[in-house]
Design a protein around this ligand. Structure first.
Ligand code: 4AD
Ligand code: MG
Length: 473
């Protein structure tokens, strides 16, 4: 359908051609002399309007009520000019085959249904306009991500999902456990989790006898390749065991993590800006129909907002300036503001949405106490070369930093934070053998999808959201 409707003259150039369309019925309107069937195949937002007279081969299936919303069909017809105003062409059907009937209980009928309801139908929600459009834009953002980094000489690195290290040092990891082979029948896999004599989970059996976790970030692995291949990036799933039920947090999310060798924080910020502008421009240019849909139904004005992002310079501000700005504002915040505090979502949104009128803001040089061990200490001894990119509606979209490349500083920091130096032996080696200034960032892919589509809840930005207590599908 995208091929036909996306043609140079919206399909008019195909008048008279015989085509086959395969898809799922969205609506059926039976009138006295003709039947209208709207079919969608997911290739684009638009349906193909199929017009059918009683002489068409297979019309008996319409009569018997088999062509209903949700059914899958195969139709063959001739492209004709449409009488309707919604489309330039339609298909005059000469043959229809119902491939799979749809039970009347099909839960997604024409009327608008809430996103909350659709979350309980994760297997069927891709059949709606919104979720189809989100899936296509998500795909375009992923493609544009690879395109941007590949065009700029970055090498894609697969970072591991199972790891023993905790990149962020925040203890927000899921444990991996090896299920025991069971001789008899088991009611559930839970019975196969290794247990001690007392019936407790035996963590010593985690990963074939060694502890292992799901990764929170591929950064440390990316650093090993950046200090060999120069500029690299990762793009893969990451996991956080934070029990936060917010519209911006998932337990499983995808992260894009570039790592630049021979680079400092300014290079890092420049890369983040160029990347973000590139992908935003890409979807504006390549996903026009879906973006128009979001602009009308999901977030009014999103196209103008994103066009600004793609063109205008981002605001830059130090953490210290950001705190001053928040203290000066008349706004009542739930979390009190003082130098040294971590910025909360309400602060981040105030800065980008109100103080800077919707422009992305990069905040840099955060207090070292609220940031991870690997960030490079600034000369003031109090702050580190960290940066966060904040955007309206989402807040923190990107978190990055220049890495501490000086062995003695890094060892001191690990000691101060009482982290076990032995478990970072390989990471320290990178500073022993040919260390270089390097920097990188992580972008939460679902937050980017939220930002680019306007969907308010992160659960609607990923096909199968993993949040506390939900992992059904
Ligand atoms: O700020 P974070 O924790 O930074 C890191 O993990 C660094 N190692 C990245 C790096 O420098 N290579 O996470 C990076 C981004 C955040 O800015 C946010 O967009 C996203 O990952 N993120 C989440 N997205 C969804 N759900 C969560 N629970 C997230 N936690 C972080
Ligand atoms: Mg962060």
């Amino acid at each position: 359908i995208a091929d036909i409707k996306g043609g140079p003259d919206e399909g008019l150039e195909r008048l008279g051609q015989t085509l086959v369309v395969k898809g799922w019925v969205r609506t059926v309107r039976v009138q006295s002399s003709v039947t209208f069937i709207d079919v969608n195949d997911g290739s684009c937002l638009s349906n193909m309007q199929c017009v059918m007279g009683s002489d068409a081969d297979g019309y008996d299936q319409v009569e018997s009520g088999s062509v209903t919303t949700g059914a899958s069909i195969w139709v063959q017809g001739i492209v004709v000019k449409s009488q309707g105003s919604k489309q330039k062409v339609e298909l005059k059907v000469n043959k229809i085959v119902v491939v799979g009937k749809s039970d009347p209980s099909f839960p997604i009928q024409k009327k608008r249904v809430s996103k909350e309801f659709l979350r309980t139908k994760a297997h069927l929600r891709p059949r709606t306009n919104t979720f189809g459009a989100v899936a296509r834009v998500r795909n375009a953002l992923a493609y544009a991500t690879h395109k941007f980094f590949q065009e700029n000489g970055f090498v894609w690195i697969s970072s591991p999902i199972i790891t023993a290290s905790d990149c962020e040092g925040a203890g927000e990891q899921f444990c991996v456990t090896t299920l025991m082979q069971s001789s008899g029948e088991v009611d559930s896999l839970v019975d196969c989790i290794p247990k001690t004599k007392d019936g407790l989970i035996d963590w010593s059996q985690d990963f074939f006898g060694k502890p292992a976790f799901l990764t929170v970030s591929g950064q440390l692995n990316a650093e090993t390749y950046a200090t060999a291949l120069s500029d690299v990036y990762t793009f893969g799933p990451t996991f956080r065991a934070e029990n936060s039920n917010t519209s911006r947090h998932l337990a499983e999310f995808w992260m894009i993590e570039p790592e630049l060798a021979f680079a400092d924080l300014n290079d890092d910020m420049a890369c983040a800006t160029a990347y973000l502008q590139y992908v935003v421009k890409y979807v504006l240019e390549n996903c026009k129909e879906d973006m128009d849909f979001f602009n009308t139904w999901i977030e009014k004005g999103i196209i103008d907002r994103l066009s600004d992002v793609a063109q205008k310079e981002f605001v830059q501000l130090t953490y210290t300036n950001a705190i001053e700005l928040l203290l000066k504002s008349k706004k009542k915040f739930e979390f009190p503001v003082k130098w040294g505090c971590d910025l909360q979502s309400e602060h981040e949104r105030y800065i980008t949405e109100e103080a800077f009128n919707g422009c992305p803001v990069i905040i840099r040089d955060y207090p070292k106490e609220i940031k991870a061990f690997y960030m490079r200490q600034n000369d003031d001894g109090k702050t580190v070369a960290a940066m966060d990119v904040l955007v309206p509606r989402v807040g923190e979209l990107i978190g990055g930093s220049q890495r501490e490349e000086r062995l003695e500083y890094l060892e001191d920091r690990l000691d101060q934070l009482k982290l076990n130096k032995d478990s970072y032996w390989w990471y320290l080696d990178l500073r022993r053998y040919g260390s270089v200034p390097h920097a990188g960032f992580g972008l939460g892919f679902e937050r980017l999808v939220q930002f680019a589509t306007g969907v308010e809840n992160i659960r609607d930005a990923i096909p199968f959201p993993r949040t506390p207590g939900s992992a059904e599908f």
